[in-house]
Design a protein around this ligand. Structure first.
Ligand SMILES: O=C(O)c1ccccc1N[C@@H]1O[C@H](COP(=O)(O)O)[C@@H](O)[C@H]1O
Length: 241
């Protein structure tokens, strides 16, 4: 039993569930109503949902009301991200009833505010480490935000409970996860790591599951599910062995 958690992703842009390639604005493929997608993953046995407000992440508006409705409609745990960068957006995100939020840009641009959020909210705060090579990216992955390992050391010293690690070069590409990156991040922190980006097959999920003893706790799956490379039921079965 690997105990790898699977988090099917619902990324919302302009009211639609979408997948991007390398997180690039304009590369969207639309998959319809976000609530319908989320309910479908729940129905298929998901225990988590990774829910992203892409407009808020890019600074092109937000889908806040719709996202709050999705969270309200779920019986499963929700990890919520995108545009959570100040007291008001954090309070609104936590008030949806999500299990935890994932902070990206704020961890790069507002370190003191993030330290306070971690101190106040503990494991309801995760930090998204979205990287190209070992350089972090923020503001919809359009701006460099410092060195991965320096930032990780700072966040560890502040008690960050968990990291969501995305290899931007892999995200949305169905090219397989960056296992070396995951191993390196796990070696650098005692906090659990959620893997994101590149999953294309059940073998990819099995390879991530093999990293559970090193500190990987979960894997976000997006494009592969929407492209029907495998079903969520098959994925859950594959990582439960
Ligand atoms: O998930 C994506 O495809 C994505 C693409 C481009 C930018 C962000 C993306 N997702 C997630 O957004 C949050 C970060 O938002 P913010 O920087 O805190 O506003 C993080 O979970 C990213 O992985």
């Amino acid at each position: 039993m690997s105990n790898l958690e699977l988090l099917p992703a619902v990324d919302v842009r302009d009211g639609q569930a979408v997948r991007l390639v390398h997180g690039e604005s304009g590369s969207e493929t639309s998959y319809g109503d976000p609530l319908a997608a989320a309910l479908a993953w729940q129905q298929a046995g998901a225990e988590w949902l990774h829910l992203v407000d892409l407009d808020a992440a890019f600074g092109t508006g937000d889908n806040r009301e719709q996202i709050a409705e999705v969270v309200r409609s779920m019986d499963i745990r929700v990890e919520l991200s995108g545009g959570i960068r100040d007291d008001a957006s954090l309070a609104a995100a936590l008030a949806t009833g999500c299990t935890r939020v994932n902070l990206g840009t704020a961890a790069l641009e507002s370190p003191q505010w993030v330290a306070k959020a971690i101190a106040e909210h503990g494991d309801r705060i995760a930090v998204g480490l979205d990287v190209r090579g070992t350089t972090l990216r923020g503001r919809g992955w359009t701006r460099d935000g410092g060195d991965l390992y320096e930032t990780l050391a700072r966040l560890d010293s502040e008690g960050c409970a968990r990291y969501v690690v995305t290899d931007i070069a892999k995200d949305g590409t169905l090219q397989g996860p960056n296992l070396e990156l995951l191993r390196n991040v796990c070696a650098a922190t005692d906090a659990p790591v959620v893997a994101s980006g590149g999953v294309s097959s059940l073998d990819d999920l099995r390879a991530i599951a093999a990293l559970v003893p090193e500190g990987v706790e979960g894997a976000i799956v997006g494009k592969a599910l929407y492209a029907k490379a495998f079903t969520l039921e098959e994925a859950l079965e594959a990582v439960s062995r």
